[in-house]
Design a protein around this ligand. Structure first.
Ligand SMILES: [Zn+2]
Length: 365
């Protein structure tokens, strides 16, 4: 195995990167954020955990529409930037899926239209939402004793229902969330064959952990200009969505605050100060799965009665173009003011920045 070449940390910008701190470096005053863990030779970066404590509050239910909150649908188009593959777990004969390969790992699809299962998309958005807010460490592979004090998963108790920002929006064990992600459906009836190298397991010396063995941050893979294509000799054929393939879906939300909706919009790359793309599906370490989101429309029934008594929503409730931009901008401002941890956002935006000049990772397979 050849040693992987270090990947430049800040290929996104011309600005010189700040001096790097060592993992486990002594913290200064308590308001100082955690040092950024050093992941120089890794295909990922870490967003440090919040030092402000988890912000647990009583969640709003979704049994009733609340008039001071937002309910509706966000119509999204996801455009594939680097080859993307969401595994179905099924291996097929190439000819059965109209592709030139003997055996191929198939993507989730219906009649050659690829699908991104809503659950996959929800997972991606949730983990990002957790990183940006004072949320618990929920979907983590870390063992219980590796989770820093107070950061453990929220628990719903009968007499005391208080959960973190991410659990309030996406749900917790025993508590239904306020957003639903239907499957995103491919808009073209065509897929292509790609080759995914067999990836090594993560190495054991892991910057995920501080010197005391506690988790130091959340892991996000960098985007790359182009995914590594291992070629027929070295890779496993996979049914992939190539560049410019478009998936569409409508994210449904109920009883969100403006700041919660704004935070979702930031994650979907709608904040012009922090342009980001999502990373979906397999092959993340080798640059696969980058997708740019466009919000095509927002349905926001101002008057719920009209939603159920009119087949077509009034114009003021179906936003596109300039009115949509203005609405999103206001929500994003609210998110910055009350919900988003700016330090964590800066780190996340550095890792997930799109477009990128970052080269395809080398030596990762
Ligand atoms: Zn939580």
């Amino acid at each position: 195995m050849s040693k992987s070449k270090p990947i430049k940390k800040s290929s996104q910008s011309q600005k010189p990167s700040p001096p790097k701190k060592r993992v486990g470096a002594k913290l200064g005053a308590s308001h100082q954020p955690n040092p950024i863990p050093d992941t120089q030779d890794k295909p990922y970066g870490l967003v440090p955990l919040t030092t402000q404590g988890i912000d647990r509050q009583i969640p709003v239910g979704q049994d009733k529409f609340k008039h001071d909150r937002f309910s509706g649908k966000l119509h999204l188009a996801l455009t594939v930037q680097t080859a993307s593959f969401v595994a179905s777990g099924v291996v097929a004969m190439g000819r059965d899926v109209d592709l030139k390969a003997d055996l191929i790992k198939t993507a989730v699809h219906q009649k050659n239209q690829l699908i991104i299962p809503g659950s996959s998309l929800k997972g991606v958005v949730r983990s990002t939402y957790e990183a940006l807010t004072r949320s618990c460490l929920c979907k983590t592979k870390a063992k219980r004793d590796e989770i820093p004090k107070g950061h453990g998963e929220c628990k719903i108790q009968k007499d005391k229902i208080e959960v973190c920002p991410a659990c309030r929006v996406f749900g917790a064990m025993g508590w239904q969330g306020l957003v639903a992600f239907p499957d995103a459906v491919g808009q073209k009836v065509s897929t292509s064959v790609g080759f995914m190298p067999s990836l090594y397991r993560p190495r054991t010396e892991n910057p995920m952990y501080q010197n005391d063995g506690k988790v130091s941050g959340r892991k996000f893979y960098y985007h790359a200009v182009k995914a590594v294509n291992a070629g027929e000799q070295r890779g496993i054929p996979v049914q992939q969505a190539g560049q410019a393939y478009v998936f569409k879906t409508a994210l449904q939300f109920k009883n969100l605050t403006e700041a919660e909706l704004g935070t979702l919009l930031v994650i979907l790359g709608q904040d012009s100060d922090y342009p980001m793309a999502l990373k979906v599906g397999g092959g993340k370490p080798i640059g696969m799965g980058s997708m740019v989101v466009t919000v095509e429309a927002l349905e926001k029934p101002g008057n719920l009665k009209s939603r159920y008594t009119h087949y077509v929503l009034p114009d003021s409730d179906h936003l596109t173009d300039e009115p949509l931009k203005r609405f999103m901008q206001t929500a994003i401002v609210a998110a910055h003011q009350t919900l988003i941890e700016e330090y964590q956002l800066k780190e996340l935006a550095r890792i997930l920045a799109w477009p990128t000049q970052r080269p395809a990772p080398e030596g990762m397979y």
